[in-house]
Design a binder for this molecule. Sequence first.
Ligand SMILES: CC(C)(COP(=O)(O)OP(=O)(O)OC[C@H]1O[C@@H](n2cnc3c(N)ncnc32)[C@H](O)[C@@H]1OP(=O)(O)O)[C@@H](O)C(=O)NCCC(=O)NCCS
Length: 226
Amino acid sequence: MILILQILMLILILALGKFIMIFIIFYADIRAAQKRDPAAKSALEVILLYPGLHALIYYRIAHVFYRMHLFFFARLISQLSRFFTGIEIHPGASIGKRFFIDHGLGVVIGETSVIGDDVLLYQGATLGGTGIAKGKRHPTLGNHVVVGAGAKVLGNITIGDNSYIGANAVVIKDVGPNSTVVGVPGRITKQDGRKMDTSLDHVHILDPIMQSMEELQARIKNLENK
Ligand SMILES: CC(C)(COP(=O)(O)OP(=O)(O)OC[C@H]1O[C@@H](n2cnc3c(N)ncnc32)[C@H](O)[C@@H]1OP(=O)(O)O)[C@@H](O)C(=O)NCCC(=O)NCCS
């Protein structure tokens, strides 16, 4: 009986030790999760129940193996992470500080992706390639970028600092800083706090069907006003 109690105590101490270690090492990431998710009630909740944080912990370990050229172990850890969290971060990706993935399920981050500081990704976001080319083939995200739920950012493109990729957008071209991008293919609707007049902007409109729809809507509005 005493032996069982001693084993239970040991397990409890080890679990507590692990919890404290995670809290110290990942303090900045835990705080970022609490800041970015209004539903996060406590650090304990984030540490125990947030798949985004778990995936990040797995990634940080896998990345060390990747840098030591132990690619098999790196990939093994990342696949385990995918199994437990539903989030696939390639160990070769480069991720900055205070990174947070909210909800997480279905997020994919490719091998040559580069992610700045304070970036937020929602569920289903993909940082992917466009083909089977080798070399740098995944996006580079600046600091404070947000990628909405289900959005796809594809190819070796750059998303500037403070930009917001709307939910379900598909972005295949560079986006400057302080921009909001929505739609398929992605078009810039806001830049530096100013709304873009998409009916006049022929540089950023990439979708002719959308353009015609917007022109028709404007004409209907005009007629209705008359
Ligand atoms: C794009 C987004 C950031 C809105 O930014 P905003 O600057 O507040 O933009 P607005 O709401 O003023 O919308 C601007 C235009 O884009 C349209 N729009 C907004 N989000 C859009 C989207 N995801 N896809 C397509 N069009 C969108 C709006 O209808 C509006 O069109 P209009 O000018 O013709 O009326 C936001 O809608 C979004 O997609 N956020 C993602 C959040 C997310 O993924 N949450 C998941 C939580 S679980």
